[in-house]
Write a protein that binds this ligand. Sequence first.
Ligand SMILES: [Zn+2]
Length: 282
Amino acid sequence: MNADRLFFLQYGAERVSKNLSLAGGRHHLYWEPLFGALVETREGWVLLDTGMSRSAHEDPVNSAAYAAGCAGAPNLDEQWHLYPEPPEGRYNWGNGENPLETALAEIGLVPGDITLAAVSHMHVDHSGGIPTLARAGATIAIQQAELDFVRSGAVGIAEGFYEPDWSEPGTRWRMLDGDEELAPGVHALATPGHTPGHQSFRVELPESGTWVMAGDAADLAQNFLDHVHCGSYAGGTDADEADARASFQKLLAVSRETSAHLIPGHDQVVLNAVHHPKGGHR
Ligand SMILES: [Zn+2]
């Protein structure tokens, strides 16, 4: 069973050190895009990842954490050279008052049009649209291990996890346990390591074939070029890093088997290259 079509939505960007994205990477800053994949299926619109909320963009503890992560980088003063160009003087940037609504409006949709939203993980740059979508009636799919992790209280905004994103009253959760079909042609791929319940996604389309969205299991094209897994593990143990390494191998294996369009989670060059044609990828 295939999905019908696919759009990529850019919600904003964040300035982070390359060493978060690449195990053993240099402390060198990139603007990395915040984006999601919007898939039309026979059962309605499915949104994969939701960006950062306006309130998190403006949260001083969150901003301080981003600034601290950038401190001391040799290229701190360098200008960004790709499009879109984020405003100066910020470490994270969201497009419009509500970045999720801004991005959906570009396709002519509103949050109430989304049937199901799945988040790769609960980091603030992926989960920010959950409250808006939950209020609009969408079901939110997440790995059970991820929700258990954030609800344990072990992490907060200083670590990049923003509690309002998982605390909206009335949120209808769909709990996942490993690989699962989310909707016709849309599949979750469990890829833990970056966070305990991280997941990637596989989308099957009738003309362009298989697409794999790595999420933060592999942020950059350079992860695949250099054969290097992600550089940060929210769980903080050696086992988490081992999981991240195994998840990276899983993404490569699935992508080889299916000749997939393999899309890293935070690469502006790749995102610009696959930005959907008019009417979406089919
Ligand atoms: Zn991320």
